[in-house]
Design a protein around this ligand. Structure first.
Ligand code: ADP
Ligand code: TRP
Length: 315
């Protein structure tokens, strides 16, 4: 049955263990809004292949990405959760878009330049990355693409690919809009910088209580002010402002007590998710992905049938 809801689609990089910054910045906003839409959540393994050369790591990361979203609360009966590489139409459509855009146009990509600056090899997959992402989005007549600010240009590329195709061959693709949640604040890491796996300053989202304790105890504090600012800034994600300030007033100067309070508050949020994560098996993940990919493929195949006719390859 066709849904009257708008369609939302987003891609998850299968990139390993998530941290609480990822939770507040990406998982929670998705979980809070996905039921308002007809939602598609895709693990973008072929995008990951532009930089990942370890098959076992790829496999584990795909599984852990899906477990993370399920454990954090996505209901697979209310969203289509699927694997990009299981729906071959994505790479097929990417090729068609690659034939429509120019090299100088792709050379404008900030993400590409950033990756080269970080020392990644300039492989052709990395260069064409925006056209595979355009295919991901456009195959499903997506209305809304929730992404971080760093992905804004990629959604513009998708609109441009849609316009180029529609101009050349007739109206087939809908132009999508990005949804960038500006209200989501950056979660600081244990050293006060942005929490990021590349800075090794994270509190793991599905870590054991010991892992969390270790990370919290390692939060950098200085004794110059009234309160340990780095502890407070992380704690603010877990407690409302009034009770947080009351606690920091009561425990003024007692950094160890404050860290212990933070550990308890982190535990309260993550313990049920960790339990769910650990209860999920690889078979559960495969079942969800197979069902989701079947559903996604139906839509993608119908779209590609029209695309093939339009470009003149269907005989
Ligand atoms: P990392 O910086 O650890 O490599 P990613 O770049 O893979 O994280 O980010 C995945 C998602 O999590 C993105 O949507 C990003 O905006 C969000 N995110 C990552 N770190 C933070 C943070 N410290 N605070 C808020 N959101 C974050
Ligand atoms: N490029 C996105 C990122 O790095 C991941 C992605 C791939 C994506 N395909 C997508 C996001 C389609 C939204 C829609 O985060």
């Amino acid at each position: 049955m066709a849904s009257s809801k708008k369609r939302l689609l987003t891609g998850l990089q299968p990139s390993g263990q998530l941290h609480i910054g990822n939770y507040f910045g990406a998982l929670k906003p998705f979980i809070d809004s996905y039921e308002e839409y007809e939602s598609f959540l895709m693990v973008v393994d072929y995008h990951a292949l532009t930089t990942l050369r370890k098959p076992e790591e790829m496999r584990e990361n795909i599984i852990s990405a899906v477990k993370s979203y399920l454990a954090a609360g996505v209901d697979p009966s209310k969203a289509v959760i699927f694997q990009q590489s299981q729906v071959q139409e994505h790479t097929e459509l990417a090729w068609i878009f690659e034939c429509l855009v120019t090299v100088p146009f792709l050379e404008l990509s900030h993400a590409y330049k950033d990756k080269l600056a970080k020392g990644h090899e300039a492989n052709a997959g990395l260069f064409n990355y925006p056209m595979l992402m355009a295919a991901d989005i456009l195959l499903y007549d997506t209305d809304i693409v929730p992404v971080g600010e760093d992905q804004r240009q990629h959604v513009e590329y998708a609109r441009e690919a849609a316009a180029k195709f529609n101009n050349a061959f007739g109206e087939v693709f809908k132009e999508p809009k990005e949804m960038i949640n500006k209200a989501v604040a950056i979660v600081p890491g244990i050293d006060g910088k942005k929490m990021s796996k590349s800075y090794k300053n994270t509190i793991p989202l599905f870590g054991s209580k010991d892992d969390i304790t270790k990370a919290v105890m390692a939060i950098v504090t200085d004794s110059s002010g009234e309160r340990p600012e780095n502890v407070y800034a992380i704690h603010a994600k877990f407690k409302d402002a009034v009770s947080l300030d009351a606690l920091y007033e009561e425990k003024k100067g007692k950094y160890k007590d404050l860290k212990e309070a933070l550990i308890e508050d982190v535990e309260r949020l993550v313990a049920p998710m960790r339990e769910k994560y650990n209860s999920l098996t690889e078979d559960d993940v495969k079942r969800v992905l197979n069902e989701g990919s079947d559903r996604a493929r139906e839509i993608a195949q119908a779209k590609m049938k029209v695309v093939r006719e339009k470009v003149g390859v269907s005989l």
